[in-house]
Design a protein. Structure first.
Length: 623
């Protein structure tokens, strides 16, 4: 049984090893005031800071509410254990009173949870999840998906995220919060926005209101988010902070925007300042298109236009929009807009992914440069979704993806936490032929966590060439860089391997014009067969894209590439991921892996002919 804990104002770093007793408060006691199969009322005398609730992930959600008599009391969806306890989660209690009351609905009285609840003050916590990344952002415990409200102010990067603090599966959405000064070292902060009576707190964005257009004060950080509930549908709301995002106040006149046609899927507001017309623009995902609104005060919004119906990969559900203006090939006099659109399903390899459209924006509408059927992918892996960019970063455009896929995100083999963010990437635009594309390259700050480099002399690969040990004490976190000259070889590649026979096979297929990452033998892969993707959808996508599906997780992803005399490869490996960047981010490919031990050797190979590896460096990465 695992137990997780998080204390307000202080973040512990992992799995609870030992519960502290209530010796500091021996009078603390739980009394069952009322109990039947539909309602249980617990009264806690002299409450401790937390009650630990037993979770069973296969159990249905119960409704748990800290009852104070306030109209804002809100039920939380928590999978209270019925037959077994998978882990415990903390539920905060007020300690400024001599009594606290919990009202719990939809948890039968014969559930095992009633015998396993405990009160606690403190915990001894140590991370023991073997797949927790070393240098990627993760929640301390519980579930995380989309990055939200990314904003930079006064030397701090604020990363909010979709968060379930009451279990490691999706649900019960809050905004979690982490802060960094360098985009790599993240400090966990208390929850920024809690679920309330308007609904769950879905995705959104944040801005710095430098000129006090909203009237909350110059420099206020203003967050925009979707409140979602069966009663109210999906509506857009706002909250503001005047203390650099330490606390937020929800706007008393929420919602600020509702769909004019009663649309069900209407969410994920992205707000940015449009300088030529001195106004704010909001993009909202509206089913299978994006809708554009304008405002001068961030409170009152006017509909302008829509874009996207029938565009890009099909089928698609548009989510998490963003739009950024970038110079093409570094030319400040030639800029284009990139509209980022996260879609689910529609990924080339099944499930969710990030595509984008290049075009122009006149302050009212977005006009795409390409035909509707053209899809351009920001990342060619299977675990790159809900990608959005920081606001207020000046000339830098920094994007943060969620590193998972909706096909299997709830069932990946972790329990202390589920999901991480991929490395932050700096976006740029480049031309190839007559087309403009977006490149995504890891932010330069990641170089600051490199340990001493291991530099290898150049070598030729005639058949195979093995490096038996990458790092003397490999903790599963490293970066590998080199230039690959394929020479006459049709296929030139390398395999990241461990002693258990698990491997990730990455190769350049010159004849087919592809870069491929194959994770079919990468370690734990069987869970992917439990995903929610229908077999018919898998077969249709396989036929359409000529992909050999083994199941929804164990597959190979690929990106098109042109024949060249050399390619620059940069590979980032962490405990549960491999991120590949080719030719300065012109190709990015992000995939989860779950090896039973770190990959600590590499074998280069060709199918025939020879290739050359130059300028190879290996860096251990450590925070």
């Amino acid at each position: 049984m695992s137990t997780f804990i998080f204390k307000k104002g202080f973040a512990c770093t992992g799995l609870l090893l030992a519960l502290a007793s209530c010796q500091n408060n021996p009078q603390a006691k739980i009394t069952v005031v009322e109990q039947n199969d539909t309602l249980t009322v617990l009264e806690i005398a002299n409450p401790t800071p937390y009650i630990l609730l037993p979770i069973e992930e296969s159990a249905p959600e119960a409704k748990v509410c800290l009852s104070t008599g306030d109209p804002g009391d809100t039920e939380m969806d928590i999978r209270l254990a019925q037959n077994q306890v998978d882990y415990l989660i903390p539920f905060a209690l007020p300690t400024d009173d001599d009594k606290a009351t919990l009202r719990i609905r939809m948890a039968p009285k014969d559930n095992i949870c009633w015998q396993k609840m405990e009160l606690t003050h403190t915990v001894d916590s140590t991370n023991v999840d073997p797949f927790r990344p070393v240098y990627h952002h993760t929640p301390l415990y519980g579930w995380m998906n989309d990055a939200n409200g990314l904003v930079y102010k006064d030397g701090e990067y604020h990363l909010f995220y979709q968060y379930n603090p009451y279990g490691s599966m999706w649900g019960n959405m809050h905004w979690g919060h982490s802060v960094s000064q360098d985009l790599i070292h993240w400090e966990p902060f208390p929850i920024a926005l809690e679920r309330d009576t308007l609904g769950q707190i879905f995705s959104g964005s944040s801005v710095v209101d430098k000129d006090n257009t909203a009237g909350f004060g110059p420099g206020a950080i203003i967050a925009f988010y979707t409140s979602a509930s069966d009663k109210n549908g999906q509506i857009q709301c706002m909250a503001y902070s005047t203390d650099n995002a330490r606390t937020f106040t929800k706007y008393e006149k929420n919602p600020i925007l509702t769909p004019f046609d009663g649309l069900k899927d209407f969410r994920d507001p992205k707000v940015f300042w449009y300088e030529p017309q001195k106004k704010w623009v909001m993009i909202v995902s509206a089913d299978k298109e994006m809708r554009f609104y304008s405002s001068t005060n961030l409170k009152d919004w006017t509909y302008m236009s829509a874009f996207g119906a029938g565009y890009g990969a099909q089928p698609n559900q548009f989510e998490c929009p963003d739009m950024v203006e970038l110079p093409v090939d570094g030319d400040e006099n030639n800029k284009k807009w990139a509209l980022l659109v996260n879609i689910n399903p529609g990924c080339l390899f099944g499930g969710s992914a990030t595509e984008y459209f290049i075009g122009d924006f006149d302050g009212n509408k977005f006009t795409c440069d390409t035909k509707p059927e053209v899809a351009k992918w920001l990342d060619w892996g299977k675990d790159h979704y809900a990608t959005v960019c920081f606001s207020n970063t000046g000339d830098r455009v920094i994007a943060v993806p969620w590193m998972s896929n909706w096909q299997y995100a709830n069932i990946v083999p972790t329990s202390q936490f589920r999901s991480a963010n991929a490395l932050p990437r700096e976006l740029s635009m480049f031309t190839e032929g007559n087309e403009i594309y977006v490149a995504a390259n890891p932010v330069k700050e990641v170089e600051n966590i490199r340990q001493e480099a291991q530099q290898l002399p150049d070598f030729e690969v005639k058949d195979t060439y093995a490096i038996d040990t990458l790092l003397a004490d490999n903790q599963g976190a490293y970066e590998m860089c080199f230039t690959l000259q394929p020479n006459a070889a049709d296929i030139s590649g390398f395999k990241l391997k461990n002693s258990k026979g698990e491997e990730v096979n990455i190769y350049l297929d010159q004849k087919a014009g592809k870069v491929v990452m194959d994770r079919t033998q990468s370690g734990i892969v069987e869970f992917g067969g439990q995903s929610t993707m229908h077999q018919k959808e898998t077969e249709n996508l396989a036929a359409k894209n000529a992909i050999n599906y083994i199941d929804n997780f164990a597959l190979a992803t690929w990106a098109p590439t042109k024949k060249s005399s050399n390619h620059q490869f940069r590979i980032f490996v962490d405990k549960c991921s491999v991120e590949l960047f080719v030719d300065g981010g012109k190709i990015a490919m992000t995939n989860l892996v779950f090896p039973n031990e770190p990959y600590n050797s590499v074998e280069f190979y060709n199918d025939k002919g020879s290739s050359t590896i130059k300028d190879m460096h290996i860096y251990e990465l450590k925070l």
